[in-house]
Ligand binder design. Structure first.
Ligand SMILES: [Cu+2]
Length: 122
């Protein structure tokens, strides 16, 4: 391989790295529940806010007091976490797929008391 080709390949690799980094940095992180965090004081968060596909929702709460379960619409509506994806670290970051994502807390009656969120990503 000629030196010129090697330089061209390295330059192309660097451009791809820059493009990749730019696409990552377009994703933003939002705290579930806003400043109040994931819990009883979310006041209906996200209140019709719309996010971008790939944006990250960060769920902050005291581990053991709450959890986060990603569920179907049926699970969200009925507060049933069966078969859902469970997060329980107290600081869980979930990247959004396009469309609606549903999250509930399955500890006690928390979900029925409002610890739930339906999040839309475009
Ligand atoms: Cu809870």
């Amino acid at each position: 391989m000629s030196r010129g080709n090697k330089v061209a390949i390295v330059a192309l690799a660097m451009i791809l790295c820059i493009l990749f980094q730019t696409s990552i940095s377009n994703a933003d992180t939002f705290p579930a529940g806003g400043a109040n965090g994931w819990g009883f004081n979310m006041n209906g968060w996200p209140n019709g806010k719309t996010f971008k596909t790939g944006d990250v929702i960060e769920f902050k709460y005291t581990p053991g007091v709450h959890n986060v379960v990603k569920v179907s619409k049926a699970g969200y509506d009925s507060c049933d976490g069966s078969g859902g994806q469970v997060f329980n670290s107290g600081d869980d970051k979930v990247a959004l797929a396009q469309g609606l994502s549903y999250f509930i807390c399955t500890i006690g009656p928390h979900c029925s008391n409002g610890v739930k969120a339906a999040v839309t990503a475009n």
